[in-house]
Design a protein around this ligand. Structure first.
Ligand code: GCU
Length: 421
């Protein structure tokens, strides 16, 4: 009898072992055949069980979804600080060989000029008679990394990161310029604004201690653990927008937020919270960004929370081994952008970000757009590489690695021009 019981126990364990990867996702998977079944939470079914059928009802449902993301994934999202103010540090009317005007602006978040700040670099095309659309995104290595322009002020915060990570990361002008098509944007009549993400929070597990989650807790009325680094970066994107709204050369109705990878996650969260962003672009944002969490492919919720414990709130970690119980999935985040134009982009070699999961997420956000009579991706199949599809929601998968390159930028410019008339 005893032996039988033990055998039955072992049998159960064996079953559990087989099914754990499907549900617990404790390891990552690159085999499409092993993805398995999953059911997404219903986008248009309200918490009380009613089906949303029009714009008005969506307004309420949208608020519910936003709250679910705040409570379970990214944390609270504070508003504009009362004493925010701007100091123009430098204007160059002859930037980029006369093609652009550059402005470098320090945004102070508290009274006076001793408190925390972020440094914004803005390029505007020089030969325009009317306010221009602007692309806004954070950068990974300091403003001086986006272009070789020697007039860009060196990042003050970036060297601090190396102290903690012990990685020697010297500041080299333009070493991220491949990712920042500044000249192309300017030549096509767009402005571009950026700031170093570490001005808000340095990207390592204890970075919050020296970042705005600590220094602004009284000013913003929020405790450091009530939000995460992604939330802090997203908040910073909105503060850049606070400045841009005051700049007469910028069209405040055409502020486009974008971001690559972890900063793509931040761009999506910023776009969800702040409807001043007229369009939102997610480039290879993957897990915790555009990709579906329940689809077991590439990075998992468990992995992201383990490797980057500072990005999301503690509650998100409670779903590490039972992502199927998460009350949201990422198609609902994308739906929060509706009816505004949304671009989701993947790359063929970026399996970690799960391109198919990003596509399916965009596809499953469509019903929210339909409520507004907007066309989404339409296609149910992923397009071949290097082909963009869709209208108000657009998608492409670029040939190549995890990156943001000229091909991506060319699509984004066309997308913005055709959607923001
Ligand atoms: C890691 C991480 C991803 C993230 C990426 C990046 O690969 O696992 O979630 O998007 O870094 O930001 O480059």
């Amino acid at each position: 009898m005893m032996i039988k019981k033990v055998n039955f126990f072992l049998f159960c364990l064996a079953i559990l072992h087989v099914s754990l990867p499907l549900f617990g996702q404790e390891t990552f998977n690159y085999d499409e055949g092993k993805v398995g079944e999953y059911t997404l939470p219903s986008l248009l079914t309200s918490n009380s069980g009613d089906i949303v059928t029009n714009e008005k009802e969506w307004k309420q449902r949208r608020a519910e979804i936003l709250q679910l993301f705040q409570e379970n994934v990214y944390g609270k999202c504070p508003g504009k600080p009362k004493h925010i103010h701007f100091e123009i540090k430098k204007i160059n009317k002859n930037a980029l060989a006369g093609k652009a005007i550059s402005k470098q602006v320090r945004i102070f978040f508290t009274k006076g000029n001793k408190g925390p700040y972020m440094d914004v670099l803005l390029y505007l095309p020089s030969h325009t008679s009317k306010p221009v659309p602007v692309f806004v995104g954070l950068n990974f290595k300091g403003n001086q990394s986006v272009n070789t322009d020697s007039t860009i002020l060196l990042s003050e915060k970036q060297p601090e990161l190396s102290k903690y990570t012990k990685k020697n990361d010297p500041m080299i002008r333009g070493n991220q310029s491949e990712r920042w098509e500044v000249e192309t944007l300017i030549e096509n009549g767009f402005a571009t604004a950026t700031a170093y993400y570490g001005d808000l929070e340095l990207d390592y597990p204890e970075g919050w201690q020296s970042g705005i989650r600590t220094s602004l807790q009284t000013e913003l009325g929020i405790k450091p653990d009530e939000w995460g680094a992604i939330g802090a970066w997203a908040w910073g994107l909105s503060r850049i927008t606070d400045y841009l709204e005051t700049d007469k050369q910028v069209n405040p109705k055409k502020i486009i937020v974008h971001g690559h990878s972890r900063l793509g996650k931040a761009a999506l969260w910023a776009g969800a919270n702040d409807t001043r962003f007229a369009a939102v672009i997610s480039n290879n944002s993957g897990e915790g960004g555009a990709a579906l969490a329940r689809r077991w492919f590439g990075e998992t919720t468990n992995r992201i929370n383990t490797n980057f414990p500072h990005w999301f709130i503690g509650q998100y970690k409670t779903f590490n081994n039972n992502v199927q119980n998460l009350p949201v999935d990422q198609h609902m985040l994308l739906a929060l952008i509706a009816p505004r134009p949304l671009y989701v982009a993947s790359a063929t070699e970026d399996l970690w970000a799960d391109p198919k999961g990003e596509f399916l997420s965009a596809k499953n956000a469509e019903p929210a757009y339909t409520l507004f009579g907007k066309k989404g991706l339409e296609n149910t199949e992923m397009p071949p590489p290097d082909t963009s599809i869709g209208k108000t929601i657009r998608y492409h998968i670029r040939t190549g690695k995890h990156n943001i390159l000229l091909f991506d930028w060319l699509q984004y410019m066309v997308f913005v021009s055709s959607n923001l008339k």
